[in-house]
Design a protein around this ligand. Sequence first.
Ligand code: HEM
Length: 347
Amino acid sequence: MASTKIVLGAIFIASFYLSASLAFPPGHHEGAYPVGNGPVSGLSPDYYKFTCPQADEIVVSILKKAIAKEPRIGASLLRLLFHDCFVQGCDASVLLDDTEEVVSEKNAIPNKNSIRGFEVIDEIKAALEEACPHTVSCADTIALAARGSTVLSGGPYWELPLGRRDSKTANMKLANKYLPPPNATLHRLIKFFQRQGLDKVDLVALSGSHTIGKARCVSFKQRLYNQHRDNRPDITLEKSFYHTLALACPHTGGDNNIRSLDFVSPSKFDNSYYKLIMEGRGLLNSDEVLWTGKDPEIAGLVKSYAENEPLFFEHYVNSITKMGNINPLMGHNGEIRKNCRRVNQEI
Ligand code: HEM
């Protein structure tokens, strides 16, 4: 009788733990809640509350130094989040270097000689490892760096859901396929975003990231000399803007010369990007078509953001949260990389 009781008790305790562990699988915190309009993500702004409460402070202190040294670096770090999340989700796959097993996304066409900021991520990650070993993922490091860079450039702050884990793989082919090219038509841009569960509002708001940072001539040269494969410039380019760009980017050579995406306030996160595209002074084709692409909803949003910066910031916060929630790895999936450039070695 006594032994039956012991067995029943053991079954009861075991089933209690089993159901509790199913309700909160490893990596999920009790306080986790779904955010954004996307699928339930399970990430939480409090994820490191007990394990690394100083994580954001560490990130911001390193960002401050890096941005003081080179204001553009904030833009480069913000872009990293985009190029990470659009390729197999926000899993830091973009940070992996080439190895025998990994074909780095860094060599994909949209990234090669273009994407930057890796040394700052290394510095942040090293500081995080020192303060809280094996705790903060590289994917969250990118997200924290993107949020911090936006805020330090004068842009909005947002509650950042955390708890992403890092991939053990990269996918260069997917980076070539899923990252939109700068000469894309509006129709294609919409498709690129839809594929990630993002809508027209997200497209317009997130394109506003081009309020900071720079682009190489090769990214917009087609507009100057051969927009429709007819050896003519893009007629939507404002005349004097066209002339300054043509001076910086000659017909042959100079492909790596750079111009600001928003020449009015290149290091300030504000709404001047939208004002510029309404004047035909957007740098990339993908910027200008938001205004000229004959989509009333999209053009309407451009106008609203140009007239109303708080509205832009409000939508931006919502859209970048959605983007940051794309397919995170959680629970037993992925790992917490020690070094963001490579997968942990099995011991
Ligand atoms: C809508 C589709 C988009 C296209 C076609 C596009 C394309 C580009 C291109 C071609 C560049 C310049 C790269 C170079 O010449 O080396 C660039 C820069 C940049 N992009 Fe985008 N982008 C898009 C959306 C986004 C989004 C969603 C974000 C962030 C959430 C973003 C953030 C940035 C930033 C901050 C820079 C400047 C980077 C720097 O100065 O290092 N872009 N983008």
